[in-house]
Design a protein around this ligand. Structure first.
Ligand SMILES: Nc1ncnc2c1ncn2[C@@H]1O[C@H](COP(=O)(O)OP(=O)(O)OP(=O)(O)O)[C@@H](O)[C@H]1O
Ligand SMILES: [Mg+2]
Length: 282
């Protein structure tokens, strides 16, 4: 057998090994969770704000993070798509996997950009750009696919419908996004994030600036959205977590005290701290 053939066989064996590894990894990810957080500690300078967090977040569910202010919910959420990379003093130990892929092993800007395409994020305050609804919707796809606006029109309509906004604004996609109500702006931001078809959406207190009616609209929409997306939501609203979350994790001073099915967390809390937190005796 000549050297070239040897190489080919070795390459083929290597490729087969790699493929098997990949399949095994993804099977494990499916069994464990869409997002797997293993032994994660986070620091700003030398100050540990999260300690040894372990959590498996399953696909197509809503996972709520609850806990008092400053316990590290936002830090963990932003760590999932490496948003904290932008903070120079930030450091993470442990492993975060998105569907088997090691998020912190991603080295290149292209890889991290791709990660943020796979994990969308919505903040407390809606942040549409001061331009038309249509331009807001097209911005993410133009950056990633360099496509023309018209070719994405159907997709814009589809995503606005998923975000339960289309019926309210279909006649005026050219109106300035800032002329929408706060609740509409938040749904626009969700629709805009969906343009990249992320598998995961992170929400950091998305309803805290909204009235109850706008809040219910978003909650209804999230319950629909989970059919196509995995959702992680930080909320201070216990009723909201009870209404929409399948699972809930309770954080206290940088640690997960208790995590599990939302019903169990609220109806049958095991930790005294959790019991006191949800019953307002904190
Ligand atoms: N950029 C930063 N630099 C230094 N420390 C930070 C930074 N961001 C957050 N922290 C600290 O990390 C800890 C956790 O903050 P984090 O924002 O994750 O909490 P949280 O649970 O989201 O709180 P809240 O419910 O008030 O939003 C806090 O002590 C906070 O002061
Ligand atoms: Mg926060």
């Amino acid at each position: 057998m000549n050297a070239v053939k040897m190489d080919t066989i070795q390459d083929a064996e290597h490729a087969a090994e790699h493929a098997a590894e990949h399949v095994a990894e993804h099977a494990a990810a499916e069994a464990g969770g869409m997002i797997s957080i293993q032994g994660v500690s986070c620091y700003y300078n030398d100050h540990a704000v999260l300690r040894n967090v372990n959590l498996e977040i399953p696909g197509n569910r809503i996972y709520a993070f609850i806990g008092p202010s400053g316990c590290g919910k936002t830090t963990l959420l932003r760590s999932l798509n490496r948003m904290n990379d932008l903070i120079p003093s930030f450091r993470l130990e442990g492993t975060v996997r998105l569907f088997g892929d090691d998020v912190y092993a991603m080295q290149t800007i292209a890889e991290v950009k791709d990660l943020r395409k796979r994990i969308g994020m919505i903040f407390q305050q809606p942040n549409p750009l001061p331009t038309s609804v249509m331009k807001n919707m097209l911005m993410p796809v133009q950056e990633h696919y360099h496509g023309s606006g018209e070719s994405f029109r159907d997709k814009v309509v589809e995503k606005l419908k998923i975000a339960a906004l289309y019926d309210e604004i279909s006649a005026r996609l050219d109106r300035n996004a800032l002329s929408l109500s706060g609740g509409q702006q938040q749904r626009l931001c969700i629709a805009r994030a969906l343009m990249l078809e992320p598998g995961v959406m992170l929400f950091d207190e998305p309803c805290s600036a909204l009235d109850p009616i706008a809040t219910y609209k978003i909650e209804d929409m999230l319950t629909e959205l989970k059919k196509i997306c995995t959702i992680v939501i930080v909320t201070h609203n216990m009723e909201q977590a009870k209404r929409i979350a399948d699972q809930t994790a309770f954080f206290y001073q940088g640690e997960i005290v208790e995590a599990g099915e939302t019903e169990e967390i609220f109806n049958n809390p095991k930790a005294d701290l959790l019991y006191r937190y949800i019953s307002g005796k904190f």
